[in-house]
Design a protein around this ligand. Structure first.
Ligand SMILES: C[S@@+](CC[C@H](N)C(=O)[O-])C[C@H]1O[C@@H](n2cnc3c(N)ncnc32)[C@H](O)[C@@H]1O
Length: 245
């Protein structure tokens, strides 16, 4: 998913569908092509932190530090808080987030990604702590079914733009079933200012907050918290974290 902001090309499309929001169904004519083009794109990206972040590897620290603070509000000791048993990293890539955010907080972390070479690289990238990765699932999120009631936290970062609205809604519903008591889903991603913007290069979309909130509502999820990332470079998309249950 490109972090750099591109020019909207959907502004002429009248808003229909999810309340007042543009839907991916209006933009993506060839669904199979949408997924296969993205798969091909990622296959050719180097398995590095810089590759994961589209050349913005230097913002990884800021990202992880903010995510840690955000997640710690919902995880650990205290009533209503999620446990620290098991987390799932969705669209995990080489494990940038697994290594720095999830393995330090959870006993076991599972990873799922569509790109086999990234998961293969993760084993080296994670070092010794990688022993605590429970499962490496090579699968598109549109097809992935999290094991019911396994996860305290399901972290989904910089990957939802690779799913159509319908697939994202269904995936979030399956994630909800994958949660343990008090478990949460966190979505952290680029957010456009207005409408849904296509990226033809990596075959993804960037949604605005209204579209995201509609999808989450359709999935039956309640937004516990919403936070805008600060201190990212000015030229990239704004990034939001949402905690859901
Ligand atoms: C921008 S990278 C982000 C990686 C990781 N979340 C991070 O922040 O470091 C996007 C990742 O999503 C994966 N991906 C793309 N489409 C996917 C899909 N349909 N299902 C699962 N993973 C997908 C890519 O292989 C890549 O690892």
């Amino acid at each position: 998913m490109a972090l750099e902001e591109s020019t909207p090309n959907s502004s002429s499309i009248p808003p229909i569908g999810l309340g007042l929001c543009t839907m991916t169904a209006e933009l993506i004519a060839d669904e199979e092509g949408f997924y296969s083009k993205a798969k091909k794109y990622w296959k050719n990206i180097p398995p590095t932190v810089d590759g994961m972040l589209g050349g913005y590897g230097h913002i990884s620290n800021i990202d992880i530090n903010s995510s840690t603070r955000f997640l710690q509000r919902f995880v650990g000791e205290g009533s209503g808080k999620a446990g620290v048993g098991c987390a799932l990293d969705c669209g995990a890539g080489i494990g940038r987030i697994t290594k720095r955010l999830l393995l330090p907080l959870f006993k076991v972390v599972d990873m799922v990604d569509v790109t086999e070479s990234f998961l293969a690289k993760a084993k080296a990238h994670l070092g010794e702590d990688g022993n605590r990765v429970g499962n490496y699932y090579c699968c598109g999120l549109q097809d992935f079914i999290p094991q019911p009631q396994r996860y305290d936290v399901i972290w989904i970062q910089w990957v939802i733009g690779h799913l159509t609205d319908a697939h994202l809604t269904q995936f979030l519903k399956r994630c909800q079933k994958g949660l343990r008591p008090n478990g949460i889903i966190c979505v952290k991603d680029n957010v456009s200012h207005d409408g849904v913007i296509e990226d033809e290069v990596d075959s993804s979309v960037c949604r605005d907050l209204a579209s995201l909130r509609s999808i989450m509502q359709l999935a039956g999820l309640h937004v516990l918290a919403e936070e805008k990332q600060d201190n990212f470079p000015a030229e990239i998309y704004q990034v939001y974290s949402l905690a859901l249950r």
